[in-house]
Design a protein around this ligand. Structure first.
Ligand code: GLC
Length: 597
């Protein structure tokens, strides 16, 4: 049994050092220790900086034809829900033709819609209907890899001398016939798959059904640019760039130091953010984005705070990047779901402080997200187990919608969805969940421990069908849903929550309204206050006309704070209904407008 020792890991030293450096830099520049930025007038902001974004997991949002799978017409029918939430950009998870080995992140044809989701006419209608409501569609571009059923790959694997033979990453076996390196794919198992016809292995950062494209080849770079331009010309508002940090591979393929009992080393440590990657991305930016108002957001796992200035801002390659610091706060090793890191509220606060510091210094901008389709539900992820679910959801909503940056709401987050806790691994659908479970058993964890990891981290939690009403299958489908509807749907659904004035949904709607009325919540500077407090997240948002102070209690107990912070200020929002200066009820969130300490 080769079990790794459990240890109480804290936030890595590298991050602590970089925060310390940032504080020093700000101190030298005459700023206070807390993080403060100059505000930018709303007039100077781009449309995507002022709006709220919303992620739709297409398969689970709304089924219009009874096949149990969400589709584009289903989305079109629910655009008013998004409008009410103040949403101006909707990120769709991939809905292109795909064999669905990874629910669409394995694309067989970038130029067509998967029949399970509809047709290109449905897509055109969705884009147009969304536009009527001032909402722009954001496409998910998966360019690190394709499906193994993509024509490009079929041609590439047909022999060593076809026109696309070099479009993917092919390598000869080692002398003993084994894989070229000991790299473990992100979803588990070797990152190399043998192909009989070519007598070679191909690389797959994720599943064997997701072969990696070879970005060294200029024809590949031109082909993906054509795809992006095709969608840009359709009138979409932006692109989310999937797994983009893996597109550049090292010049030489070498074994890495084994990091687990399987003798392998995670591919992330060997290929993420390889030097030279930015050249490709600059090329992409100039040939796709120039002269248009679309935005790009890169999925940037592996980009450290120190690198951000090269990725976003005036000299960067994207408008925003999804950085993983916050969502990995409790996960020191993404391969191993059984080792959770303990964290304090000051750790959570430091991620915002640090990221914003760097983003703003570089003239960049941040997407604020607490959930996405790969992450646990935020109530389970960031809140203690005890306490009222609705109060916790409202506290998190306040953080999401008042923080500086573009908020990204994950479908269901606005209704207070929580993690699924199905009893057996066989109940889970997500391939990565199953692989993480197997990995844990291989490392010597018990089934119970492995399931604990699954309950906390499984990607199925954020993918259960959207709950529209209290009818059968939560109004998601008239057929059999592809993934079970969460059993709490009779209470937590859009219709019931809409009718309940105190619901999580109505709180989101109120916050979105507040955000548009109080512009400092969009364009104002951000200054952290009470940085040492382990119970309360607190900050000031301020522009030249107004100032808002946000205080959020992250505990299940009443807490107090210095009333000086809200002296002469008026409460404009309390998640509790009523509030008293200097005190916060369990999980209460408040926003004060006016003078502050
Ligand atoms: C990204 C996606 C994830 C997908 C993976 C492979 O991380 O968010 O859902 O499985 O890339 O494309």
């Amino acid at each position: 049994m080769n079990r790794r020792k459990k240890k109480e890991e804290r936030i890595p030293m590298k991050r602590i050092i970089s925060i310390a450096l940032l504080i020093c830099v700000f101190f030298i520049n005459g700023c206070s220790v807390s993080v403060k930025f100059d505000d930018k007038d709303a007039a100077d902001q781009e449309w995507w900086q002022q709006t709220i974004a919303y992620e739709i997991y297409v398969k689970s949002f709304k089924d219009s034809d009874g096949d149990g799978t969400g589709d584009l017409n289903g989305i079109t029918s629910e655009l008013d829900h998004l409008k009410e939430l103040g949403v101006g950009a909707v990120w769709l998870t991939p809905c292109y033709v795909s064999p669905q080995a990874d629910n669409g992140y394995d694309i067989a044809d970038y130029y067509n819609i998967d029949p399970a989701y509809g047709t290109m006419e449905d897509m055109d209608r969705l884009i147009a209907e969304a536009k009527k409501r001032d909402i722009r569609i954001v496409m998910d571009l998966v360019f690190n890899h394709t499906s193994n059923e993509n024509e490009w790959f079929k041609e590439s694997r047909s022999g060593r001398d076809n026109e696309k033979s070099d479009w993917y990453i092919w390598a000869d076996p080692k002398e003993d016939g084994s894989e070229p390196t000991n790299w473990r794919s992100i979803f588990g198992g070797s990152a190399w798959e043998y192909d009989e016809t070519r007598g070679q292995y191909y690389l797959h950062t994720f599943l064997p059904e997701q072969p990696d494209l070879n970005w060294e080849n200029p024809e590949v770079r031109a082909a993906v640019r054509d795809v992006a331009n095709f969608w840009k010309d359709k009138g979409v508002g932006g692109f989310r760039m999937d797994a983009i940090t893996y597109i550049k591979k090292p010049a030489e393929y070498k074994d890495g130091k084994p990091d687990a009992a399987d003798g392998m080393t995670g591919i992330h440590s060997m290929t993420a953010n390889t030097p030279g990657i930015l050249d490709y991305l600059h090329e992409f930016k100039s040939s796709v984005q120039e002269g248009s108002d679309i935005f790009t957001v890169g999925e940037a796992n592996g980009v450290e705070a120190d690198d951000l200035k090269d990725w976003i801002g005036e000299n960067g390659v994207f408008d925003m990047v999804f950085e993983f610091g916050l969502v990995n706060i409790d996960l020191p090793d993404e391969t191993n779901w059984c080792e959770r890191r303990k964290w304090d509220l000051t750790d959570l606060k430091s991620f915002f402080a640090e990221s914003f510091c760097v983003a703003d210094t570089a003239g960049g901008w941040f997407p604020v997200f607490l959930e996405n389709h790969d992450q646990p539900r935020s109530i389970n992820h960031f809140m203690p187990e005890s306490g009222d679910r609705e109060a916790k959801a409202k506290a998190l909503a306040t953080l999401l919608l008042t923080m500086r940056g573009t908020p990204f709401i994950m479908q269901g987050e606005e209704l207070g969805f929580v993690n699924v806790d199905w009893p057996s691994i066989d109940d889970y659908e997500d391939i990565s969940t199953k692989n993480h479970y197997e990995f844990a058993l291989g490392e010597g964890y018990s089934e119970e421990e492995a399931m604990e990891g699954v309950h906390h981290f499984s990607r199925d939690s954020s993918r259960t069908p959207m709950q529209w009403d209290a009818s059968e299958n939560a109004g998601f489908t008239s057929g059999t849903p592809w993934l079970p509807v969460y059993p709490d749907y009779k209470t937590f659904n859009k219709k019931s929550e809409k009718e309940d004035a105190d619901s999580i949904l109505n709180y989101y709607i109120a916050l979105a309204g507040l955000r548009s009325e109080h512009r400092e919540l969009k364009d104002g500077s951000y200054e952290e206050i009470m940085p040492e407090d382990e119970n309360i997240v607190a900050f000031i948002r301020q522009n030249k006309d107004s100032k808002a102070t946000v205080l959020i209690n992250f505990t299940d107990e009443e807490v107090t704070y210095d009333t000086e912070y809200v002296k002469d200020a008026d409460c404009i929002m309390s998640s509790n209904g009523e509030t008293q200066k200097g005190k916060l009820a369990p999980f209460e969130a408040v926003i004060y407008e006016g003078s502050t300490k």
